[in-house]
Design a protein around this ligand. Structure first.
Ligand code: C2O
Length: 531
């Protein structure tokens, strides 16, 4: 196995987008940032140099971080942020996983522009016919404003960040938006060849539909976990998720749009507005001139819950000899209910109009610690940073409480969580929440709309469920996940719509050390300190 080394210089970059010039923060002056490519088993070393005027940390989304929890990069969960002008070297092994993952800033909305692909090549070849070439597709979201101001304003109003101005494909909104034509992503394909699309939803606040005119896909992996080949003409993808799809260039030679647009589902009659722009890129067959007209795919309607459910629920995991099987014993069974609710404005919320939006899991609205990260507090035994009273099931309380509360589980416990999406407020209703777990993959045993009840246990797929790190729990619906807590540390579980993170839609699993005293080594020497 090799050691793969990168230097990530975070800094300001001038960019012209949607007819405006602005300065955004990126890695190495690239949007999306550089692609990291490793082989399974390699060691990755990334020197992050923070040239931005904001404290920040970098997260390797979907990486297990087995015994390297210090490198997980979750702001105030596993580390204090890297201060402006500071640096920190992330070192970790990429063992036991392969496929498409990604990296992104994990502090404030900086991840809107600080993200890139992290591709793990298999050592033994793909379990599907080798593609002719690979095409990374990073779906993003764009604001015509400094994203830090967008977040600050969202906190001041108490309503969360304002909606974005566009979605992007590989950094560009495409030619269906003002001034978007010049930067549009265009890829050339050879007629008759098969391509592997590595699709990543790096958008900040929206699930997306993705299609390519005139072409269909065979999904072969999600979240860097192989699936049984799943044919589809549309990809549905939530922030945090990835989809690997084979696509054969077998249409008549021409130009074809790839297009992405929001999937929005709220259980209220008059949902608030959302970004309804369509992002485009172009697939061009070799020899076809750039000026040739391109065909546009028909995307599903914004609220097409049926198409989304068909895509999310019908895939099964590919089980090969030696792959982990679904554990049948459950040591730690939980129901985690989550949603948005209204709370009175805090006195310092100068722009707040009547009420603020608060999010919670089991009625705890997560508060980030400020003095020390949770992992350091656990490792050094710092008292008073967090409480271990995160409830196993939703308590009957009138309102969410703001707290730093974790759920303690023993090493190697099998944890099952029923994720229940709730409407705590009739004004806000329920909406989609993609729930992401750090440090582990989980089996998705069952998913549904409405309320989970025990009778649904008979529908669990214990044979070949999907394996994911992010599950899209539908508005007012549920999902059941199961994982083995085989990695000591503090592991964040949160909604991957960033608007909901500062509102508190998060919790943390504290996984205790195993029988050996030192499964979690001490923090690296250059570990950032708070303040
Ligand atoms: Cu993709 Cu907690 O993050």
């Amino acid at each position: 196995a090799a050691v793969v080394e990168h230097t990530f210089n975070v800094g300001g970059m001038e960019i012209s987008q949607l007819c405006m010039n602005s300065v955004i923060y990126t890695v190495n002056q690239q949007l999306p940032g550089p692609t990291i490519e490793v082989s399974e088993g390699d060691t990755l070393v990334v020197h992050v140099v923070n040239g931005a005027p904001y404290p920040m940390s970098m997260h390797w989304h979907g990486i297990f971080q087995l015994q390297s929890g210090w490198a997980d990069g979750a702001h105030m969960i596993t580390q204090c942020p890297i201060p402006p002008s500071g640096k920190f070297t992330y070192v970790f092994n990429v063992t036991g996983q392969e496929g498409t993952l990604w990296w992104h800033a994990h502090s404030s909305m900086l991840r809107a522009t600080i993200y890139g692909a992290l591709i793990i090549k298999p050592r033994g070849g793909y379990p599907f016919p080798a593609p002719y070439a690979e095409i990374p597709i990073l779906l993003g979201e764009w604001w015509n404003r400094n994203v830090d101001d967008v977040e600050t304003d969202g906190l001041l109003t108490g309503l969360g960040p304002a909606m974005s101005d566009a979605f992007t494909i590989n950094g560009s909104p495409g030619d269906q938006t003002p001034c978007g034509g010049a930067g549009i992503f265009q890829v050339e394909v050879e007629p008759g060849k098969t391509y592997l699309l590595r699709i990543i939803n790096a958008a900040v606040n929206a699930e997306l539909f993705f299609r390519v005119a005139g072409h269909t896909f065979t999904v072969v992996a999600v979240d860097a976990s192989y699936t049984n080949p799943h044919p589809t003409d549309v990809v549905v993808i939530a922030p945090g998720q990835t989809v690997d799809a084979l696509m054969s260039a077998s249409a008549a030679p021409g130009r074809y749009y790839m297009a992405a647009r929001a999937f929005e589902s709220k259980t209220v009659a008059n949902p608030p507005p959302f970004d309804n722009a369509t992002a485009t890129a172009v697939l061009r067959y070799r020899g076809v001139p750039d000026a040739a007209p391109a065909a546009m795919p028909a995307l599903p309607p914004y609220t097409d819950v049926v198409t989304a459910a068909r895509f999310y629920w019908s895939m099964t995991g590919l089980v090969r000899p030696g792959d982990p099987v679904v554990p049948t014993r459950v040591d730690h069974s939980m129901v985690v209910a989550f949603g948005l609710e209204q709370a009175p404005c805090a006195p310092d919320q100068t722009k707040c109009q009547g009420f603020a939006v608060v999010a919670s899991m089991n009625r705890y609205s997560f508060r980030f610690p400020e003095e020390v990260s949770l992992l350091e507090a656990l490792f050094r035994g710092v008292p008073g940073v967090y409480s271990e009273d995160f409830p196993r099931s939703p308590p009957a309380v009138a309102a969410a409480r703001r707290a730093t509360s974790v759920r303690k589980v023993n090493f190697n416990d099998v944890v099952e969580v029923v994720l229940q999406n709730e409407a705590y407020s009739s004004v806000l209703g329920a909406e989609n929440h993609p729930i992401h777990l750090h440090g582990f993959n989980f089996f998705v045993l069952a998913q549904g709309l409405g309320r989970f009840d025990r009778g649904m246990k008979s529908t669990y797929n214990l044979v070949n469920p999907q394996v994911r790190n992010t599950v899209a729990v539908p508005a007012g619906g549920w999902a059941v996940i199961r994982f083995t807590a085989n990695n000591p540390g503090m592991w964040f579980m949160h909604c991957h719509l960033d608007a909901h993170l500062p509102l508190g839609l998060a919790m943390v699993f504290e996984v205790l050390n195993g029988p050996a005293p030192n499964l979690l080594p001490p923090p690296p020497a250059d570990f950032p300190k708070c303040h």
